[in-house]
Design a protein. Sequence first.
Length: 353
Amino acid sequence: MSAGRRGVRAWRPAAAPGTAAPGAAAGRAVAVLLAFAAGAVLSWQAWVNGRLGDRVHDGVAAAALSDGAGLLVLLLVCPWLPAFRGGVRRLAAALRTPRGAPGSLRPHHFLGGLVGGVVVLSQGVSTGALGTAAYTVALVGGQTLSGLWVDHFGLGPGGACRVTPRRIAGAVLALAAVAVPLLGSLATGAVWLAVLPFLAGIGLSWQMAVNGRLNVEARTPYPSVTLNFLLAAVVLGIALCVDVVRAGLPRHWPGDPLLYCGGLLGLVFVLASVLLVRRIGVLVMGLAMVAGQTVGALAADALFPGDTGTGPGAVLSSLAVLLAAVLACQSPHATARPARDERPSLEPELTAP
């Protein structure tokens, strides 16, 4: 090849469906396994925050401490990273880009962390009373329902997917599964304990979608992860102020260091979701995370049983919500539309010399 052609960029056409290279298939399988592990991490974070809230008799303070620990780590590390600073500049440029132009971002794309604050708050308040498995069912039920809306409108970086009867059936089954923790909360007279994680789950799919958009434009996960923890701290700070006025701060804190690792577990989960959503899409990532959440929650309740225990109802509802997520997962033959405001995902490659 002549020297004039050396280093010339060429666009490689997309492979036909079903002809993915073995390396790409293996990478996708690894990403799915990592999403499964991230889901398990989220259920263990719920267990840790719920147990801490139980021990100090204040779920709001436990949730605020959890988010504060993760935020402290990020603020100590991220400002020193060149990738973080470059990502912040790219996000600022994307925010200034006119609406509808390739690579543009709107203010609502930066608000996913508010949902994260509600999720952590629900962990500290509801998990101890419901049990990790029942809490996870309520969270995942809302997540599965909102996934229909998020994917239909193409809010994530993977494009839009049409709603099919199969996905509607999954959403209906998710609602039926959520009825179990709701009925259990009726017996205690605190329905809101199950409603709170359900509402948090509704926002969770949207949070993962907008975080994925930020990751695409920033080309690094650090800015979106830090922003998530900052906004979550705003939500939890407001809740903590109300809680302190109402009941004061807890006076006795447990000495078990494991009960203070919730923030680090949350950091792992948010980082994984931001990195994986573009790789495998909101749908497949959601399915893998649901599986991880379900298995992790049942394992947490089995290994560390609390006052609520894990009865047959919790196991059956966990399996039902897992089946709902499988049904809601888009068929590989379904049509998809590009995501809004998204640039083409083809990557330029250098031709061989």
